[in-house]
Design a protein around this ligand. Structure first.
Ligand code: MRU
Length: 379
């Protein structure tokens, strides 16, 4: 059933998405975002002219996804520097906007460090701000390059893991494409490369309750790239596995602990359990900037808890002007409490492989991860 609905021919590529850019109009610098709360209905820009506006955009998921949060954190610090504000304080505020994706703090701290080093070496405020901006741009470009390398490693891995013939039927969760990256993303970039090279038979897209990153964003990206895809309710994944329709699961990550535990969008862990039961590879694709060797294991990862309204209402994000979390239609009795973690944690023994820009580890071990990270800091 999966191979009947290819959409547009392979080889026609849409224009690149402008997901996040630095702008310097006469009225002052800003970070300009593609407002992801308005997709897919509208491709609207959101201009963040100061750090509080960017923090708001991060909290409401106008900008989201681990690698892009790192890039946003970096430009946010550059923005504070350009405005002559307290850069260290801006970095702390940005890092605190969301707790789980480690890239956010990585980006903010990295740019703040570059700025501080410039100031300490006697560089004046304007030149130090230029150093901060250059560092944010470098981070942005590195992420784009990492994305291309992960796509290649991921595709090579699929060729090793899966039998030849017929093409891959891949299941993905949340959104991991160009909307979360300086390049074409993490897990989604692997599926996209497979599509371009003719080896994607079908992409199964989990809708990703409660904020529907799969339905709103991954389906949007798959459609604009002409990929053959279908959307499913998260709870339909089990019967899809049982029907033998999934060859591999590909997901991204928000933080990978030193032992290989993977924090990713809530709903990832149940997929890993299903994949194990059905002997299907469960592959995590993430840059080494998502590995946090200071988080020893699952217990050291803070999982963001979000508002009950995201579960008790339909739906707080779609079309809400960068204000996800407000103004939905109630679907539960007034006053209903909710359990709404944004992420869950998959233990390393359920992960077949982790694909990074530095290579692949399989099986997933702490030693293997540490080696990959050492390689990346040597470059
Ligand atoms: O809450 P979000 O939308 O920021 O969550 C995003 C995810 O969980 C992604 O899967 C993760 O950041 C990996 S993206 C490369």
């Amino acid at each position: 059933m999966a191979d009947q609905d290819a959409q547009t021919p392979v080889g026609i590529e849409p224009p690149a998405l402008s997901v996040l850019r630095w702008d310097e109009p006469p009225e002052g610098p800003s970070v300009v975002l593609l407002d992801q709360t308005r997709l897919p209905a509208e491709e609207a820009e959101l201009v963040c002219a100061d750090v509080p506006a960017l923090v708001r955009a991060i909290r409401t998921l106008a900008v989201r996804g681990a690698p892009l949060l790192g890039i946003a954190g970096g430009y946010g610090v550059a923005l504070a520097a350009a405005r002559g504000e307290d850069v260290a304080q801006a970095a702390v505020r940005l890092e605190g906007a969301r707790p789980t994706a480690v890239n956010l703090g990585y980006g903010a701290r990295r740019v703040a460090r570059a700025h501080r080093a410039a100031v300490e070496s006697g560089t004046g405020p304007e030149a130090a701000a230029a150093v901060a901006l250059a560092e944010a741009r470098a981070l942005h470009q590195e992420d784009a390059a990492a994305s291309g390398r992960m796509a290649q490693y991921g595709l090579d891995l699929l060729a090793e893991l899966l039998p030849e013939g017929g093409g891959h039927r891949l299941l993905t969760h949340c959104n991991t494409g160009a909307l979360v990256s300086g390049g074409e993303g993490t897990a989604f970039a692997v599926a996209l490369k497979a599509h371009r090279e003719g080896s994607l038979r079908h992409l199964w897209v989990d809708e990703t309750r409660p904020l529907l990153q799969g339905a709103r964003l991954t389906a949007y990206e798959a459609g604009r790239n002409g990929m053959p895809y279908s959307l499913l309710a998260d709870s339909a994944a089990g019967s899809l596995f049982a029907a033998g329709e999934v060859d591999a699961v590909l997901i991204g990550a928000d933080r990978i602990a030193a032992d290989g535990s993977v924090a990713n969008k809530v709903g990832s862990y149940p997929l890993a359990v299903l994949a194990k039961y059905h002997h299907v590879p469960f592959v995590v694709v993430a840059p080494t900037t998502t590995v946090d060797l200071e988080s020893v294991d699952a217990a050291s990862i803070v999982v963001e808890q979000r508002a009950a309204a995201e579960v008790t209402e339909f739906t707080s994000v779609v079309g809400a002007p960068s204000g996800g979390g407000a103004g939905g239609t109630a679907v539960a009795p007034l006053g209903t409490q909710a359990y709404n973690p944004a992420f869950d944690i998959t233990p390393p023994e359920l992960v077949t492989a982790i694909v990074t820009e530095e290579g692949v580890i399989s099986p997933v071990t702490g030693v293997g991860l540490a080696e990959l990270c050492a390689r990346s800091s040597q470059v």
